[in-house]
Design a protein. Structure first.
Length: 197
């Protein structure tokens, strides 16, 4: 690859990344270490979930690959429920009146689901910020064994990432390309800069 093309590709990649959330470049003040790393991942997942919820047409929110699995709306609400509920394990209770059971089936309205995800991610981020570093190694019961609050942070990130992948697959099944892929493809389609002589 010629140096000019390599430079052009690096510029495209940098421009694409600049358009997305980059919590490593713009960290949350006062939060570092494991909590800062978990918070960075949550911020990236939040942006991708919200962009995906906007991109999928409302009439596709009830689509599911088969009768035995969650629909698009149910996956989004399941993620919101976890973002409300899991922080109780690191010291932040769910909002007053929140009931996790059945939450994933509580609505199929796109506007309400987007609002729920925004609110739930805000709740989760506040919980991570509020968690003292001293509690990271604090033990708790976890599915018949023990885990630490640090382990809960890792689970929270892994859980959302798993369902982000599921949501991306669902989106593609209903004909929606993830917006960040569209951004990248748009950048790739731009004409190459003229060669210098």
């Amino acid at each position: 690859m010629k140096p000019v093309w390599a430079f052009a590709l690096m510029c495209v990649a940098a421009a694409n990344l600049a358009a997305q959330v980059n919590p490593y470049k713009d960290p949350t003040p006062g939060v570092s270490g494991v909590r800062g790393e978990a918070l960075a991942e949550v911020r990236i997942q939040e942006e991708k979930f919200l962009r995906l919820t906007e991109a999928i047409p409302a009439e596709k929110y009830t689509w599911r690959p088969n009768a035995d699995v969650r629909s698009i709306s149910e996956v989004f609400l399941h993620v919101a429920a976890a973002s409300y509920n899991l922080p109780k394990l690191i010291g932040t209770p769910p909002p007053a009146g929140f009931e996790a059971k059945g939450y994933d089936k509580s609505t199929t309205d796109k506007t309400k689901i987007i609002a729920a995800l925004k609110d739930a991610f805000a709740h989760e981020k506040k919980a991570i910020v509020a968690m003292p570093d001293a509690d990271l190694e604090k033990q708790l019961d976890w599915f018949g064994s023990k885990n630490t609050q640090r382990g809960i942070l890792l689970f929270m990130v892994r859980h959302a990432a798993e369902h982000l992948g599921q949501s991306i697959a669902y989106a593609r099944e209903v004909g929606v390309t993830p917006p960040w892929t569209v951004d990248f493809q748009r950048e790739q389609a731009k004409p190459a800069p003229p060669k210098s002589k």
